[in-house]
Design a protein around this ligand. Structure first.
Ligand code: NDP
Length: 291
């Protein structure tokens, strides 16, 4: 039977560690960490995610401030809000909840966030730093995948990793992370997308199969090598419930480790967002050298 990679429990452990860090450092830092969350429009899943983020911040002692703006907000107003938050000393992180309403391109706004406050890791500088192997704030979902493997003692080093999906927020940064030097990474990585021929054959080569397609239960057992580690990043709403991009029930008997959906990679994303916020706070308050 495979190891079930329990993201819910792992994320709870990370939150509790972060809570201790905040409690230990707040007096010396002179203030608590702050996270600004901007939500444009009425997208129901985004509203739920923002509420989760506010709750998670409160739990560990981060002050969060949510800015809920109508879909009709002029671009200049959103830019001005980001500028004000960039200048606020009490806000260590700025998060722009995606997707933006139709007609609003995210890149100009993500690029306006100060890189040292870019807790989602989507700024071109953050992505550039990741690709160059320089320190910086990393995108939360792929970093959550890497952290989940670390905490379960799964080393990608020397293994064949296949990432299905090449989006800027998941697939592409995850491929960089897996291929980076170092014992926690160091994998040989193949990235698949809609132009990949013989996807099933490529997936079957994977010791570590990471799937971020947004296609419910697309990856089936016949596409998985027996003994593979399967990390299902997809979150799909089907018939009122949630499922991943992998056929969990079919793959379970042959995998060596697998993430459930929900309760796998999903909770890790918010835990890493909090960790990035604490990292930014430590840098902003000169606490980097403290324990
Ligand atoms: P995108 O739609 O941006 O990217 C999907 C990727 O999958 C694209 O690169 C696309 O290829 C590829 N793809 C689609 N169909 C196929 C196919 N038939 N064969 C091969 N490749 C294919 O999605 P995201 O990366 O934003 O999200 C992916 C999933 O992860 C979604 O379910 C999303 O909800 C979930 N997600 C989960 C998060 C979490 O916290 N756990 C956070 C973010 C996302 P191409 O580039 O050619 O179009």
């Amino acid at each position: 039977m495979p190891i079930i990679l329990d993201g819910k429990a792992t994320a709870a452990a990370i939150r509790s560690e972060l809570k201790e860090t905040v409690a230990a450092l707040t007096a010396r830092a002179g203030r608590r960490p702050g996270l600004a969350v901007i939500l444009i429009g009425e997208d129901p899943p985004s509203q739920v995610y923002v509420r989760f983020k506010e709750r998670a911040c409160a739990e560990i002692g981060v002050i969060s401030e949510a800015f809920r703006l109508p879909a009709s907000t002029p671009q200049s107003e959103l830019m001005a809000l980001i500028d004000r938050l960039n200048d606020r000393e009490d806000m260590d992180g700025i998060l722009l909840q995606l997707p933006l309403p139709d007609g609003l391109e995210s890149h100009p706004f993500l690029g306006r966030i100060r890189p040292d406050k870019d807790v989602d890791g989507f700024h071109p500088e953050s992505m550039g730093r990741l690709s160059l192997g320089l320190p910086g704030l990393r995108p939360c979902t792929p970093e959550g995948v890497m952290e989940l493997m670390r905490r379960y003692g799964i080393s990608p080093s020397g293994k064949r990793a296949v990432v299905v999906g090449r989006s800027n927020i998941v697939g592409k940064p995850l491929a960089y992370m897996l291929a980076a030097p170092g014992k926690d990474a160091n994998a040989t990585v193949t990235v698949c997308h809609s132009g990949t021929r013989n996807l099933a054959d490529v997936c079957r080569e994977a010791d570590i199969l990471c799937v971020a397609m947004g296609k419910p239960r697309f990856i089936t057992a016949d596409m998985v090598r027996p003994g593979a580690v399967v990390l299902d990043i997809g979150i799909n709403r089907v018939n009122g419930g949630l499922c991943g991009d992998c056929d969990y029930e079919g793959i379970y008997p042959i995998a060596s480790a697998i993430t459930p959906v929900p309760g796998g990679v999903g909770p890790m994303t918010i835990a890493i967002l909090l960790r990035n916020t604490i990292k930014a706070w430590r840098a902003h308050t000169g606490m980097d050298q403290e324990s």
